[in-house]
Design a protein. Structure first.
Length: 207
């Protein structure tokens, strides 16, 4: 069981652990106060990809704190905020954060609008904000795919340059007639296969 009083210590621990990729502290009594303390540590971590805050007793205030973190993060991929009392104000902050963030591809929030006394059009507003957040998520997925394709092209170009350089060096150093006619071609076909395999492995590791 984790409560808001443990968040300051957890924030300090996060700073000391710069290789943590997933943090799931859902279904604990974190509250808005705890989220504010956690945010300070999160902003100093450069490795976190997934954050679980589902069912942590936070409201719009806590959502605003997480929106500030999302707006600053360049590597976070997913955050789970379901089963919390996040209404129009919190959704608005998350929408604004996603407008500038290009890494988050999934924000889990409750899909059903939360009733707000005195606000007649809360259903319409919250539904619109949820659609906006989804649109920004889809945009970020496209950005991620474009970046992966660019990385793939760069790795392929580098591999082709290395193959060409190796062929040129071999042609320069190899005495005439020391190998069968097709031996050099077979050797470089093998090199190409190895380098191409390395490209695919590099991209797979990034995923």
């Amino acid at each position: 069981f984790i409560n808001h009083q443990a968040m300051a210590a957890l924030g300090r621990a996060l700073v000391a652990s710069q290789h943590l990729e997933t943090l799931n502290i859902g279904h604990n009594t974190i509250t808005n106060e705890g989220v504010h303390l956690l945010k300070d540590g999160l902003l100093r971590v450069n490795s976190l990809l997934r954050l679980g805050l589902q069912g942590t007793k936070i409201s719009d205030e806590g959502a605003v704190a997480m929106a500030e973190y999302i707006a600053e993060s360049t590597i976070l991929l997913r955050i789970d905020l379901r089963d919390n009392d996040i209404k129009t104000g919190g959704l608005m902050a998350l929408s604004h954060a996603m407008r500038v963030n290009t890494s988050v591809t999934k924000i889990d929030v409750d899909k059903d609008p939360k009733r707000e006394p005195g606000m007649k059009d809360y259903i319409e507003q919250q539904s619109r904000l949820l659609r906006d957040i989804l649109t920004f998520q889809q945009r970020n997925v496209e950005i991620k795919l474009q970046r992966e394709e660019q990385n793939r092209a760069q790795l392929k170009e580098k591999a082709e340059a290395e193959i060409a350089a190796a062929k040129k060096e071999a042609d320069t150093e190899q005495p005439t007639g020391t190998l069968p006619a097709n031996s050099s071609t077979e050797s470089f076909t093998l090199i190409e296969d190895i380098l191409e395999s390395n490209v695919e492995q590099s991209l797979s590791n990034k995923d």
